[in-house]
Design a binder for this molecule. Structure first.
Ligand code: GTP
Ligand code: MG
Length: 221
């Protein structure tokens, strides 16, 4: 009798352990995948590098003043961001190629690039745009939409991209970047997209990025 009681308690113990590990797995927070989208040269890679450096110590990819520097999506996994109140969110950050409706190789010649190299860059950039759109459909849970706040936000490509992101029901934070420049007008971006949170930053200097991290915790957490 005593033996059967012992076996009974042992079995119950095993079941309890299995059950609690199942519960833990069930409630474990999934990693969220955040895509940084926006037109070429907005400062997407600069911000991706800053986020990665601030929270993991590594960079994501090269930055340049020539548009379409990023021509393949690049991912940095397992970035854990934590906020002032102790909340955290684990995310993969995907830096995407700048999305435009047309890539013209002539644009690169102005930067002193050889014609052959410019044509290759234009082709790669076009493929990169298609790839970025594919990721948006398949694999992204939230979006940082990056704009250069010295430029007009009412470009067709921005309206179209924000429309696609809204149609997919993804949470989006709009970043008004380059506020260190004298022509920056983040208020213009705020009034263009009143339905979404807008955070004005300088990704280059790091100004106001803390505010962006808190907003990311709020919207992507
Ligand atoms: N003044 C200023 N320049 C910035 C800022 N962020 C990025 N830049 C500059 O803008 C240029 C483009 O930056 P990237 O980070 O390569 O931009 P991107 O959006 O990744 O560009 P693509 O990959 O070509 O789509 C570079 O010369 C950066 O140094 C900023 O906050 N202020
Ligand atoms: Mg880039």
């Amino acid at each position: 009798m005593r033996w059967s009681l012992k076996i009974f308690y042992q079995t119950m113990g095993k079941i309890k352990k299995k059950f609690s590990s199942f519960v833990a797995r069930f409630f474990k927070k999934k990693r969220t995948r955040i895509g940084i989208y926006g037109p070429p040269n907005a400062g997407k890679t600069t911000l991706a590098n800053r986020i990665a450096r601030d929270w993991t110590g590594d960079a994501v990819g090269p930055v340049s003043e020539i548009p379409h520097e990023t021509r393949r999506a690049r991912k940095k996994e397992n970035i854990i961001i934590s906020g002032a109140n102790g909340s955290t969110v684990t995310m993969d950050i995907v830096d995407t190629p700048g999305v435009t409706t047309k890539v013209d190789y002539h644009e690169f010649l102005e930067f002193g690039m050889e014609k052959d190299e410019a044509i290759i860059r234009a082709r790669e950039a076009t493929e990169g745009v298609a790839e970025a759109m594919h990721w948006l459909r398949e694999d992204i849970n939230g979006v940082i939409y990056m704009l250069d706040s010295t430029l007009d936000p009412f470009m067709q490509v921005n309206i179209m991209m924000i429309g696609i992101i809204e149609a997919r029901g993804l949470p989006v934070i709009i970043v008004a970047n380059k506020i260190d420049l004298p022509d920056a007008a983040p208020a213009r971006i705020r009034s263009a997209f009143p339905q979404h949170p807008v955070v004005a930053i300088s990704g280059l200097e790091g100004r106001n990025v803390e505010d962006l991290y808190e907003t990311m915790l709020e919207y992507f957490g």
